[in-house]
Design a protein around this ligand. Structure first.
Ligand SMILES: *Cc1c(COP(=O)(O)O)cnc(C)c1O
Length: 394
C-alpha cells in the first residue's frame, strides 16, 4: 500500500481500539433499550451511567451535570439557544467572538434574526480576545458570553479563567466550546468558572455523532427535542448507547494521561514548526506562539494557494487541511484567518497540519523532507514569486 500520513486530527480522529472494544457489545448482545425495565435495558442504562461519570470526571463536573447530545454542534446550539430562550425576559444580548466555530457563529446569527443582539468580539493578531473589549461589551441586557476554549483552525487558547471570572462578577452565563480543548488542555469547570461547556467524542478518538453538554446545576435551559424522558427530560430520544459508551471510554483515556500525551504531541509539533521555519522562506505561523493547542501547526506560505498545497500533499499521501474542513469547497478564505488580520491573498496560502496520538517522528520527517520541494515547485508557477526572484531580496 502507498504511504498515508494523517495530519488532520483537528478535523476528526480514528476510534481507538480500546474504545471500539468497549462499544462493541452494545451493538449486539447488550442491545436493550435503556428505558426498558428488564435486564437488557438495565445493561444499557448502567453503561450510560458509567459513561456519564467518565465524561464528568474528564471536565471536573458532577455526573448529573452532563447531558449527552448528537455531537459538538448540537451541544453548541443547545447551550446558546437554550440559554437565550430561557432568559429572554432578562435580556437579549449575547457576547461571542468572531473566530468561533460555525456551530456557534451561525447559531448566534440565527438568534439575531429572532430579535437577539450579538456582539462579535474581535481578536488580536494571535487570535485572543482582549479582556478589556469583553468588559466594555457587557450591558444590563447581556445574558450569555460564549467564547471558545481553543480554536480549531489556528489552535489559539483563550484566557478562559479570566473570562469566566468576569461573567461570574456580572452574573452572566458563560458557555465555552471546548471541543478542541478536551484531551489537550486540563479542564476543570469549577476552577475555570464555566457554566456550560460543549465537547465531542470524535475529536478525542471516540465515535462520530455523539457529544455532551455540561450544564451547571440549577441553570435553566430550554429544551428542543421533546418526546420521552431521556437525559432527565431535557433531550428526548432513545440514547445512542454504543456511541455514549465509546465517548465515556475515549474521554477517560484522553484525560488520564494528559500530561504525557501533551508533551509527546508538543515535541512533534515543535519539530514540524521549527523544521518549516528553517527550510522554507516566506512563511509565517498563524495563531499564538505559546497559548496554542499541543498538536496544531498552521502556516501561511506566501505566493501559493493552500488548496494546491493540499492537493500536492495528498499526492504523496499526506492529509492536511487548508483551514476548517467545514469550509473547504468554498473559495473564501476562512473567517478565522481573516479575523487575525491576514490580507485576503495571504490567507489563501494557509495550511493546517494537526498532530495526534498516532503521529510518529518519521511522519514529521517525511513532511519536512517533501514540503519544501512542493512549495518550491508551486512557487515557480507563481508570477508574484517570479517578481520576487527578479527583484532579488523581498
Ligand atoms: C469539530 C468541532 C465542533 C463540531 O463538533 P461535531 O461533533 O463535529 O458536531 C464544534 N466546535 C469545534 C471547535 C470543533 O472543532
Amino acid at each position: 500500500m502507498n504511504k498515508r500520513i494523517y495530519l488532520d486530527y483537528a478535523a476528526t480522529t480514528p476510534v481507538k481500539e480500546e474504545v471500539f472494544q468497549a462499544m462493541k457489545p452494545y451493538f449486539t448482545e447488550a442491545f436493550g433499550n435503556p428505558s426498558s425495565v428488564y435486564s437488557y435495558g438495565r445493561e444499557g442504562k448502567q453503561a450510560i451511567d458509567t459513561a456519564r461519570k467518565q465524561v464528568a470526571k474528564a471536565i471536573g463536573s458532577k455526573t448529573d451535570e452532563i447531558f449527552f447530545t448528537g455531537g459538538g454542534s448540537e451541544a453548541d446550539n443547545w447551550a446558546i439557544k437554550g440559554i437565550a430562550y430561557a432568559n429572554k425576559n432578562k435580556g437579549k444580548h449575547i457576547i461571542t467572538s468572531n473566530i468561533e466555530h460555525h456551530a456557534v457563529l451561525h447559531t448566534c446569527e440565527y438568534l439575531e434574526k429572532e430579535g437577539f443582539k450579538v456582539t462579535y468580539l474581535e481578536v488580536d493578531e494571535y487570535g485572543q480576545i482582549r479582556i478589556e473589549d469583553l468588559k466594555k461589551a457587557i450591558t444590563d441586557e447581556t445574558i450569555l458570553i460564549t467564547i471558545m476554549f481553543a480554536n480549531n483552525e489556528v489552535g489559539t487558547i483563550q484566557h478562559i479563567k479570566e473570562i469566566g471570572e468576569i461573567a461570574r462578577e456580572h452574573k452572566i452565563y458563560f458557555h465555552t466550546d471546548a471541543v478542541q480543548a478536551l484531551g489537550n488542555v486540563k479542564i476543570d469547570v469549577n476552577e475555570l468558572n464555566i457554566d456550560l461547556l460543549s465537547v465531542s467524542a470524535h475529536k478525542v478518538y471516540g465515535p462520530k455523532g455523539v457529544g455532551a453538554l455540561y450544564v451547571r446545576k440549577g441553570i435553566k435551559l430550554f429544551s428542543f427535542i421533546h418526546g420521552g424522558a431521556q437525559e432527565r427530560r431535557r433531550r428526548a430520544g432513545t440514547e445512542n448507547v454504543a456511541g455514549i459508551v465509546g465517548f465515556g471510554k475515549a474521554a477517560e483515556m484522553a484525560t488520564e494521561n494528559l500530561e504525557e500525551h501533551v508533551s509527546k504531541i508538543k515535541k512533534l509539533r515543535d519539530k514540524l514548526i521549527d523544521g518549516i521555519n528553517e527550510r522554507i522562506k516566506y512563511v509565517r505561523l498563524n495563531g499564538h506562539p505559546t497559548d496554542r493547542l499541543p498538536g496544531n501547526v498552521n502556516f501561511v506560505f506566501e505566493f501559493i494557494e493552500g488548496e494546491s498545497l493540499l492537493l500536492s500533499l495528498d499526492l504523496i499521501g499526506v492529509a492536511g487541511s487548508s483551514g476548517s474542513a467545514c469550509t473547504s469547497g468554498s473559495l473564501d478564505p476562512s473567517h478565522v484567518l481573516m479575523a487575525l488580520g491576514l490580507p485576503h491573498e495571504i490567507a489563501h496560502g494557509s495550511l493546517r497540519l494537526t498532530i495526534g496520538d498516532f503521529t510518529t517522528e518519521e511522519d514529521i520527517d517525511y513532511v519536512l523532507e517533501n514540503l519544501p520541494k512542493i512549495v518550491d515547485r508551486l512557487r515557480m508557477m507563481s508570477p508574484l514569486y517570479e517578481e520576487v526572484l527578479k527583484g532579488g531580496q523581498k
